[in-house]
Design a protein around this ligand. Structure first.
Ligand SMILES: [Zn+2]
Ligand SMILES: [Zn+2]
Length: 312
């Protein structure tokens, strides 16, 4: 009962948010071969009531390509109607915990949900070591389920690939994935990813300062999902934490002001800019209209204020 109530609330919220953003959710989206669903839109590692941690899924002809694995990604996939058992590719933009905390959990829980097929994972080093150590840490559960529930082994299904240079990451029969090195000190490398599907191109910025490599990667894309920071609200944000001064420096040096996300979208000539990875994401004084207006100051295309479980 609780679950169905929660589903209803989330469903209604998504519909309202999507309508406000000017997109048509639900059946109309199904005609697209390349779908984008935002799974988590709040930036930063601190768990929040209002939004899940960064993650999105691009679904091409029903095959899911997950980008980033913030806390809760497996459950958000379920809410989005994408079975974790169908997981095929996972991309990690960079190794901050708001983007990778549930990397291993996604693999484990997909397997627990019935995954029987190969999964390829892609991201900066030490992705291979993280994958290996995660399986080692969870060997008791994995071995128990194999023996007790008759499951096939998990470890041989997962193939981790470390990316150190920008360029084409993957090309299969559905999509071409290209990465760019973005500017997110001190984390290096940090990547943005572009997905060129059969009917749409979608770019995920990852975390970055305003960045020319991202402008180049996103050139002419249909959709750019860009991380955003509201500079005037950062002081209110950092006032609530003990590491305020260091945190403020990181936020300003390593992220993109929402006005600059508009500039990046304009310079890249994208059709739609989707704001996500909101910092702060739970400041009651910040409204959707404030985010939208700031992004539109330098960008005349469509601006969508991203919400968890919104399909674009
Ligand atoms: Zn982040
Ligand atoms: Zn980061």
């Amino acid at each position: 009962m609780l679950t169905s109530r929660r589903r209803f609330v989330l469903g209604a919220g998504v519909t309202m948010a999507a309508l406000l953003a000017g997109v048509t959710p639900g059946p109309g989206q199904g005609k697209r071969r390349t779908r984008l669903i935002l799974l988590g839109t709040g930036g930063g590692p601190r768990p929040r009531k209002v939004s899940s941690a960064p993650a999105q899924v691009i679904v091409v002809d029903d095959v899911p390509y997950v980008v980033d694995c913030g806390n809760g990604v497996a459950r958000q996939l379920v809410f989005a109607g994408v079975s974790p058992a169908r997981l095929r590719h996972v991309f990690v933009t960079h190794h901050h915990s708001d983007h990778n905390a549930d990397y291993g959990n996604l693999l484990l829980l997909a397997w627990a949900s019935g995954l029987r097929t190969r999964v390829d994972t892609w991201g900066p080093p030490p992705l291979e070591k993280m994958t290996r150590l995660f399986f080692e840490m969870n060997a008791y559960d994995i071995d128990t389920r194999i023996a007790d529930e008759g499951r096939g082994p998990l470890v041989p299904l997962v193939h981790a690939h470390e990316i150190t240079q920008p360029g084409v990451v993957l090309q299969d029969e559905r999509v071409k994935v290209t990465s760019a090195l973005v500017d997110h000190p001190p984390v290096t490398p940090a990547f943005a990813y572009r997905f060129d599907g059969p009917d749409r191109s979608i770019v995920i910025s990852g975390d970055t300062n305003r960045c020319d490599a991202l402008v180049k990667l996103a050139q002419g894309a249909d959709v750019l999902v860009h991380e955003v920071l509201f500079v005037s609200a950062v002081d209110r944000l950092v006032a609530r934490v003990p590491n305020a001064i260091t945190l403020k420096k990181h936020l300003i040096d390593s992220h993109t002001a929402v006005e600059d996300a508009g500039r990046v979208a304009a310079a890249a000539g994208v059709k739609t800019l989707v704001l996500s990875h909101f910092v702060p994401s739970d400041d009651p004084l910040l409204t959707d209209q404030m985010w939208r207006d700031a992004a539109k100051a330098h960008f005349s295309g469509e601006v969508i204020v991203g919400k968890d479980l919104m399909e674009i």
